[in-house]
Design a protein around this ligand. Structure first.
Ligand code: DOR
Length: 443
């Protein structure tokens, strides 16, 4: 008797936990129901994946979608449309909105806003602050909460946990893995004179220097070990921190961004000016190489795009009045596939960083593996496609990308979320019906 499915992806090369394998994938009720030769299978919809690679859905665990309060830069609709067009099936959104996401009402408000408007599955971080430190254990268990985000140094917005005493209170309240922006606020303040009143944007990496990041990561690891809390260090930019983090693998996990793996000073600042300004900064090629060594050595667990859109008008202000951040959710997959093509990492390692890694680090329920019973989230890619990334392709409200003009080999051609194709060949399909990401510790 032939089996019936809602959807079959036929003839692709599937990136399964056992490696790349030629297989069809059958989907029923939003979950993976069969992997193998499904020649006799019938389905309401058949997707011809021949010549294509079927990856478990790419999960971008760091995006800033700016809603509520900063919708002139982005909103949940435009941000998640960018995700779907870029082959991303789930996102974790950051709390530095206006107001910041620091209480249950703000989290519930984001969930309400997401309903019927998001194209991919979504979770939201709650921001740590002096005022909510004791409430975090409760907040991190709210529906759709990705966990706690700590800003140790000031970046966009007002969220900040600058001192050890507050940081220790934050880390002591809760059990889930904390995501941390690790830059030392005291050192940032001390060194601000280097850029105050105007300076070449090249000085951004001198103001927010290697020691600014390394000092914060040293403090964080000491405090996290003291209270036995697991931490996830976001967008690590220095070889110094990678050496340190490699010695703390029992409590610390590590994220890098495609921007820090791809761009380097001074070239990026020469070419892009303030459009290359982000926190922590783009550093020199020696640090970029150290990040690649950490990817190869297995120190890095996740990739996050740190999608941080700002309008051109804002970015065109003179440094340092120009805001820090670049968009990235739509370009993560093509930029990284091009690195696969160049031999800098394998496709299997990319999947480890974008699906299995996020699932392991954050304890995501039912996502991150192309395996029976998991959510039918797929990023379907054409490894042979050569395309040039353009500003015109970007649907993020900011309308620009630091990667414009870059020709890449490898492109996302379809995005499938719980069995529903939401992007095919560059077009959004159907209606936005992303749901809340679920977490094992909060089921
Ligand atoms: O460059 C950055 N921009 N780094 C951050 O940590 C925040 C982000 C933003 O929200 O603009």
């Amino acid at each position: 008797m032939s089996e019936t499915f809602d959807l079959i992806l036929r003839g692709g090369t599937c990136l399964t936990p056992g490696g790349a394998a030629a297989a069809d994938v059958g989907v029923r009720e939003g979950r993976i129901a069969a992997i193998g030769a499904l020649d006799a299978g019938a389905a309401a919809e058949v997707f011809d994946a021949s010549g294509l690679h079927v990856l478990p859905g790419v999960i971008d665990t760091q995006v800033h979608f700016r809603e509520p309060g900063l919708e002139h830069k982005e909103d949940l609709g435009t941000g998640t449309a960018a995700a779907a067009l870029g082959g991303v099936t789930a996102v974790f959104e950051m709390p530095n909105t206006k107001p910041p996401t620091v209480d249950a009402a703000a989290l519930a408000d984001k969930c309400r806003r997401a309903k019927g408007r998001v194209w991919v599955d979504t979770a939201f971080f709650v921001g740590a602050a002096d005022e909510n430190a004791e409430a975090l254990a409760d907040l991190e268990r709210q529906p759709a909460c990705a966990g706690v985000k700590i800003f140790m140094g000031s970046s966009t917005g007002t969220l900040l946990v600058p001192d050890d005493a507050t940081l220790a209170r934050v880390l002591a309240n809760g059990t889930r893995r904390c995501a941390v922006h690790s830059e030392d606020e005291a050192r940032l303040k001390e060194r601000f004179a280097l850029v105050e009143g105007g300076a070449p944007v090249h000085r951004h990496a001198e103001w927010r220097d290697v020691e600014t990041s390394a000092a914060a990561t040293r403090r964080l690891l000491a405090l996290a070990r003291g209270v036995g809390r697991r931490v996830h260090v976001l967008h690590v930019t220095t070889g110094d921190e990678m050496t340190l983090l490699a010695q703390h693998r029992d409590i610390a996990t590590v994220e890098v961004t495609p921007q820090h793996l791809t761009l380097a000073a001074p070239e990026a600042y020469d070419r892009l000016g303030t459009y290359a300004q982000m926190n922590p900064p783009i550093r020199d090629a020696a640090h970029r190489e150290a990040l690649w060594a950490a990817v190869r050595g297995g120190v890095v667990d996740c990739l996050g795009s740190d999608h941080a859109p700002h309008t051109r008008e804002e970015k065109d202000r003179p440094y340092p009045e120009s805001p820090s951040g670049m968009p990235g959710v739509q370009t993560l997959v093509p930029v990284m596939l091009d690195h696969v093509h160049a031999g800098r990492l394998t496709l299997e390692r990319l999947v480890d960083l974008t699906s299995a890694g996020p699932a392991r680090v954050f304890g995501i329920a039912g996502k991150g593996r192309l395996a029976l019973g998991y959510d039918a989230d797929f990023t379907v890619v054409d490894l042979a496609a050569e395309r040039t990334i353009t500003d015109q392709w970007i649907v993020s409200r900011c309308g620009w990308t630091p990667f414009a003009g870059r020709t890449v080999r490898g492109w996302p051609v379809a995005t499938v979320v719980r069995g529903r194709p939401v992007m095919r060949d560059g077009d959004l399909l159907g209606d936005p019906s992303g749901e809340a990401v679920r977490f094992q510790e909060c089921l």
